[in-house]
Design a binder for this molecule. Structure first.
Ligand code: BTN
Length: 318
């Protein structure tokens, strides 16, 4: 970080709005340099909201109930609208009801704790207080590839974690986010289709942040809090994930499939590894994970040739 960025950041650390002019004055630089420093800080993942009259404000709160105040300032193409709940069964259920009633794309249901959180492949998902549990309703245009959206969501989370905390989060196919090979985030994509036309998609994201993990998960899962040794404010993380999801979703809408896959592979810990895939049909495929194809399928090189798998669980062997 440049020393100007450092200085701007320390001024913004007071948590209040500060005008560009007064930052410029106190640092003895031009407003355009301040603006450039702010832009650069934003690219590094800091959430800095701009208000036309009041100036800039750094968002550091843990309080996700405030999210609605900040989503507009993200300047995303998706118009996010936040439904905050203290408790619910599953954010997927709540979002499903809202979607059935015709809510707009970008509706986000976020909850402090879920009593019946759902995971992939019919599993349950433990969601106590302290984590980040939310579902985004998307209404993608026809013919969009859902598998790609699933990969893209994991990618948006991994990039956000790396941008914000300088960590090295990686992706395990299809969309688990791992840090040091332990799962820090899971993604559940559920779609409602009628006559083969997708009506809406529920993008469920669960990130272990400051929550406790049950004993049985401690060997395979981790939390951002335990990795960084700090209590992580969840609001900037939520906003960064929403921002990155918006960017990647735009690529998908523009059919820039290759760009998404390339970026996914770059951030993957699966490609180049020996894996065992337990496919939904019950079949087991073992071999070298060589790539992800344009449909988002994992291509495994086996003794009998290449096999592309669509859905299932993957275990890294070496
Ligand atoms: C998995 O890895 O099995 C997917 C886990 C998905 C968990 C999230 S938390 C928010 C949303 N609501 C749910 O009930 N599940 C997803």
């Amino acid at each position: 970080m440049s020393s100007l960025e450092d200085k701007v950041l320390s001024i913004l650390k007071n948590g209040k709005y500060v005008s560009g002019a007064s930052i410029a004055k106190s640092l003895g630089v031009s407003r355009s340099l301040v603006h450039k420093a702010i832009e650069s800080l934003r690219r590094k993942g800091f959430i800095i909201i701009a208000h036309t009259r009041l100036g800039y404000r750094l968002v550091e709160e843990d309080d996700i109930a405030l999210a609605q105040t900040y989503v507009r300032g993200l300047g995303t193409r998706i118009r996010y609208s936040i439904h905050y709940l203290r408790k619910c069964t599953s954010t997927q259920d709540v979002a499903d009801n809202l979607a059935k009633q015709g809510c707009d794309e970008g509706t986000v249901v976020i909850c402090e704790e879920m009593s019946e959180g759902r995971g992939r492949l019919g599993r349950s998902w433990t969601a106590p207080r302290g984590g980040l549990w939310f579902t985004v309703v998307l209404r993608p245009p026809p013919l969009q590839n859902l598998q790609l959206l699933s990969l893209a969501t994991g990618l948006a989370v991994a990039k956000s974690i790396n941008e914000l905390y300088g960590l090295n989060a990686k992706l395990k196919w299809p969309n688990d986010v791992l840090i040091n090979e332990k799962k820090v985030c899971g993604v559940l994509i559920e779609a409602k289709a009628e006559a083969d036309i997708i009506k809406y998609v529920l993008v469920g994201i669960g990130i272990n942040v400051n929550n406790e993990l049950p004993n049985e998960l401690r060997g395979t899962a981790t939390t951002l809090g335990s990795i960084t040794g700090k209590v992580i404010p969840r609001l900037p993380l939520l906003l960064t994930v929403l921002k990155n999801l918006d960017l990647i979703y735009s690529l998908i809408r523009e059919s820039k499939t290759e760009a998404v896959i390339k970026e996914w592979i770059r951030n993957s810990s699966t490609i180049g590894r020996y894996v065992r895939a337990e496919v939904v049909s019950g079949e087991v495929v073992e071999g070298l994970a060589v790539t992800v194809d344009r449909y988002g399928r994992l291509v495994i090189k086996t003794k009998g040739g290449n096999v592309a798998i669509n859905a299932g669980d993957v275990y890294h062997l070496k």
